[in-house]
Design a protein around this ligand. Sequence first.
Ligand SMILES: Nc1ncnc2c1ncn2[C@@H]1O[C@H](COP(=O)(O)OP(=O)(O)OP(=O)(O)O)[C@@H](O)[C@H]1O
Ligand SMILES: O=P(O)(O)OC[C@H]1O[C@H](OP(=O)(O)OP(=O)(O)O)[C@H](O)[C@@H]1O
Ligand SMILES: [Mg+2]
Length: 299
Amino acid sequence: MTDKNRLRIAVQKSGRLNEGSMKLLKAIGVKLSIRDRLLIAHSTNLPIDLLQVRDDDIPGLVMDGVVDLGFIGENELEEKALERAAAGKASDYDVLTKLDFGDCRLSIAVPKEMSYAGPQDLAGCNVATTYPYLLERFFKQQGVNATALMLTGSVEVAPRAGLAEAICDLVSTGATLEANGLVEVQEIFQSKAVLIQRKGDMPVAKQALIDKLMPRIAGVMQAKESKYIMLHAPKDKLTEVTALLPGAENPTLLPLANCENTVAMHVVCTETLFWETMEKLKALGCSSILVMPIEKMMG
Ligand SMILES: Nc1ncnc2c1ncn2[C@@H]1O[C@H](COP(=O)(O)OP(=O)(O)OP(=O)(O)O)[C@@H](O)[C@H]1O
Ligand SMILES: O=P(O)(O)OC[C@H]1O[C@H](OP(=O)(O)OP(=O)(O)O)[C@H](O)[C@@H]1O
Ligand SMILES: [Mg+2]
């Protein structure tokens, strides 16, 4: 049984977005008792229920107000919004935040022996895809008369199987395309995971919980990008040292015992420190350079 007063969040049950979504929930302090085969999981420390579903179902669950929040890829969200618009259905939602996982692009790819100079070369072709609405929108924008052939899986084998001349599928490293003798020729949509909220009235307590969780999400993402740096720096090189450390405008400086010309510097850097920067710090006379991960941050 689910309780309407508990915040309902939809996540992908398994697949590319599952790990990122579950890790983020854990990092913001949501404890869950997951039983694999069940659709619903309850939080043991907060009034939150988790619905574990196929990602295709998440936009509709949010847009129809069945769940309060959903973790979803922008590609799937936009595809479902176009599909609903074509069926005369509204697709209201708010994007609460972009997330730092699920980065990919929706691209057209062709067999490597096929020549491709531009979208017009697809005129008269069948292009296999799981995202027919996004692809048809692209064809329309480009004025190309081609067919989006809907396949729910194994899109990359469609040209070899003689079903289509080209495909339009998600790409990240490009390994799947390469393994199937295909070449990416045209990006049509860039995507990452987002957290969305349903429109409409939200009970005060539920909205208060969302407002409490959002800064935690920001804090977790910021912490992942940031590093805590400790080093020993020559006193006469502090300006140059600080200039090498992104986000280090106000470093903490501490004296070192028995060492007049050197101080310890502690600083939170907003970016990962590259080896090249560490080498430059060393060249300036810095030593004992430590780069440490940060688990959580709050401004
Ligand atoms: N290679 C990738 N790298 C990063 N993100 C990806 C990649 N492939 C897909 N995604 C993102 O993850 C989402 C889910 O991808 P996945 O392949 O798990 O979906 P699926 O097969 O449709 O799963 P489901 O069974 O839930 O329908 C995609 O809609 C996209 O936003
Ligand atoms: O460019 P790449 O890094 O190879 O990633 C792209 C592949 O990743 C996704 O599939 P996934 O591996 O999630 O499996 P699926 O096809 O079963 O959804 C997507 O549908 C591509 O096939
Ligand atoms: Mg899916």
